[in-house]
Design a protein around this ligand. Structure first.
Ligand code: ADP
Ligand code: MG
Length: 626
């Protein structure tokens, strides 16, 4: 047996870094601008604690393209490096100067906003460059240094005559990466990753009109000014008390320049214990079809854009929101599945859920009318949240609204209070009536309202799941759709209609009807209703309909998709003239066509008459009026 050490030489690591360290080559710019930002913030910190005795001034970072020379320059006015520091921080791959800095200034620098920590960012430059130069002058009184490396492990380090403090990184862009010499490409990257970084970033210049002179002599002249790409103090870094409604709306536009709808409201997140997190979330106006969202929540770390895939960090129901989250405490160099299991991340997700629920509650109490107006646009998110997050469900009862077809809005408690005397079944259960489509179920809604019942309008696609959940949690509650068979069984009938027909006549009518309508689909029921009510009515067993709906919107596929038998009730009003006519018709053929025509009419009003049947019905109807 032999044992030994596997030899990993730097020669082997370099191409690895180049190829695999980051799958996205474009992030090299984010890393280099982050380092420039760190260098600037470090200097700021050192001057503030009196350790660096230099003028901090108003440092900026400049990104410059030299197309002919095939070079990209990133220039900062930060703390710079001495030759020794270059040796230490740059030549030792995976040694993070950022981490060392934070360690050294542990107490004072924890809020300084330093970005780096893996000590690998700098080397991402070699993903796009065949040669990299660093020309750097430390704030300390030492000569400047010039480091050059062509991607092999050999480097040169010589003195340089640079006199201003700071660092210039020069990338000699490789042949396969020439796109990074294009103006629009660099602008795109800066806008994507660095739009809200804390140090101003200059990219080129722009023309600006400026007035010179006074009074009659005033002249407008065009001057060239630095083109600053970023907003170093985005709204989320400020205190909520410093911001008004317009500030929030303006920031929304800054985030999503192509978005013209205004957000409904915002939620400012701001916590520093037990984890650090800031951000602003917006409730957008939601379209009913939940169209694929382009503008998503953006995740930042210390104002550096990281990703717009916040899956696992934000509870799923809130991924429909927009806005930003900034947290240095989210581990990002791990897989998503690990992320979901991570305790710290779970805490963050719970915090966001709680915060959103609290905000909704206060919006509801502070301005109920406004909240009601927005209800339609936010209900999907909330219903989804109630179904998927137990913590949210607990809190949501306080502000979840149940609108009626007449646009009255109740909370569940208010609704219970309002209908408890009217709408209970024989077991004392509260019966909540609802329509899912006010037009299609109009005749049923009208009938229920005529009896003095409140009818809710619950029309969102996942509401049947929510209903199921509410019923499971409140045994005294029962939701019944207006066109369902339960409606007459469950609700106390105050109007005891007397039947015009004798028991024998009823028996005959029932047998007759059952001889004509297909009994595999329809269960015939006789009801004594007002003579002016519809003679034939089709209702659907509530249970069947719900099962069908839930299998459509993912209820677990208990029965396998679409294997539900079509089952309806045919409710015949024994007090209607039609019932009498059918009963008294001696001609069997005439009787049959009477029943069929009436059944088709009932189906038509339920939207159940389709295809061939509909065509036949129309034909038959024309025959009748000839
Ligand atoms: P990290 O940023 O994670 O520490 P990097 O590989 O990005 O790792 O950078 C390594 C180190 O090199 C930094 O920590 C810093 O000390 C030094 N460095 C890189 N760029 C600059 C710069 N523009 N100015 C000063 N120091 C820099
Ligand atoms: Mg870095």
């Amino acid at each position: 047996m032999t044992t030994g050490k596997i030899n990993v030489s730097v020669e082997n690591i370099f191409p690895l870094i180049k190829k695999f360290l980051y799958s996205d080559h474009e992030i090299f710019l984010r890393e280099l601008v982050s380092n420039a930002t760190d260098a600037t913030l470090k200097l700021k910190h050192l001057t503030s604690i009196g350790e660096a005795k230099v003028e901090y001034g108003n440092p900026i970072i400049e990104v410059k393209i030299d197309k002919e020379g095939k070079k990209l320059h990133i220039i900062d006015q930060g703390l710079g490096m001495t030759a020794d520091e270059v040796e230490k921080y740059i030549n030792q791959v995976a040694f993070s100067g950022a981490e060392e800095f934070l360690e050294k200034y542990k107490d004072s620098a924890k809020d300084s906003g330093i970005i780096g920590h893996f000590g690998l960012g700098f080397y991402s430059a070699f993903m796009v460059a065949e040669k990299v130069e660093i020309i750097t002058k430390s704030y300390k009184d030492e000569p400047a240094a010039h480091w050059t490396c062509d991607g092999s492990p050999e480097f040169t380090l010589v003195p340089s005559d640079k006199t201003e403090r700071g660092t210039e990184i020069i990338l000699h862009i490789a042949e396969d990466s020439l796109e990074f010499l294009e103006d629009f490409k660099i602008r795109e990257l800066l806008t994507k990753y660095n739009k809200f970084m804390p140090v101003p970033i200059k990219f080129g210049t722009r023309k600006e009109k400026k007035a010179f002179g006074v009074g009659e002599d005033e002249k407008m002249e065009e001057i060239e000014v630095d083109n600053i790409i970023n907003n170093p103090t985005p709204a989320w870094t400020k205190q909520p008390s410093e911001l008004n409604d317009d500030d929030y709306k303006n920031f929304y536009r800054e985030l999503y320049p192509m978005q013209f709808e205004e957000p409904l409201f915002n939620i400012h997140l701001n916590v520093d214990y037990p984890f650090n997190l800031t951000g602003i979330l917006y409730f957008p106006k939601m379209s009913a079809d939940l169209q694929i969202q382009k503008d998503k929540i953006q995740l930042y770390q210390n104002q550096v854009f990281v990703t717009d895939n916040v899956e696992g960090i934000v509870p799923e129901f809130l991924t429909m929101l927009k806005g930003v989250i900034d947290s240095p405490d989210i581990p990002l160099n791990v897989s998503r599945s690990y992320l979901q299991a991570d305790g710290a991340v779970k805490k963050i997700s719970n915090y966001i859920t709680r915060k959103v629920a609290d905000k909704l509650k206060s919006l509801f109490t502070e301005n109920r009318e406004d909240f009601e107006q927005k209800w339609n646009d936010i209900k999907i998110v909330l219903e989804y949240g109630m179904l998927s997050e137990p913590k949210f469900y607990e809190k949501a009862g306080a502000f979840t609204l149940y609108p009626t077809v007449n646009k009255k809005y109740f909370t569940l408690d208010e609704l219970t209070e309002t209908i408890k005397d009217q709408q209970t079944d024989k077991d004392g259960k509260l019966v909540i009536l609802y329509a899912s489509d006010n037009d299609a179920q109009h005749s049923y809604v009208e009938a229920a309202e005529a009896k003095g019942y409140e009818v809710l309008l619950l029309d969102s696609p996942i509401v049947s799941h929510l209903i199921q959940k509410l019923e499971a949690d409140n045994e005294n509650l029962m939701f019944v759709r207006v066109d369902s068979d339960h409606i007459d069984n469950l609700i106390k009938k105050e109007d005891n209609q007397i039947s015009k027909l004798s028991d024998d006549e009823k028996e005959t009518l029932k047998t007759t009807l059952e001889g004509i309508v297909p009994t595999t689909t329809y269960t015939v029921q006789l009801e004594a209703m007002d003579s002016k009510a519809a003679p034939f009515l089709i209702t659907q067993p509530e249970f069947m309909r719900r099962m069908k709906e839930m299998s459509k919107t993912g209820g677990g596929g208990m029965f396998g998709m679409g294997n539900f038998p079509e089952m309806y009730n045919l409710v015949v009003n024994t007090n209607s003239d039609l019932a009498t006519s059918i009963l008294n018709e001696k001609d069997k053929n005439a009787q049959e066509s009477l029943v069929k025509q009436a059944l088709d009419l009932a189906k038509l009003s339920q939207g159940l008459l389709k295809g061939e049947d509909l065509t036949a019905f129309v034909k038959r109807s024309f025959e009748l009026i000839k």
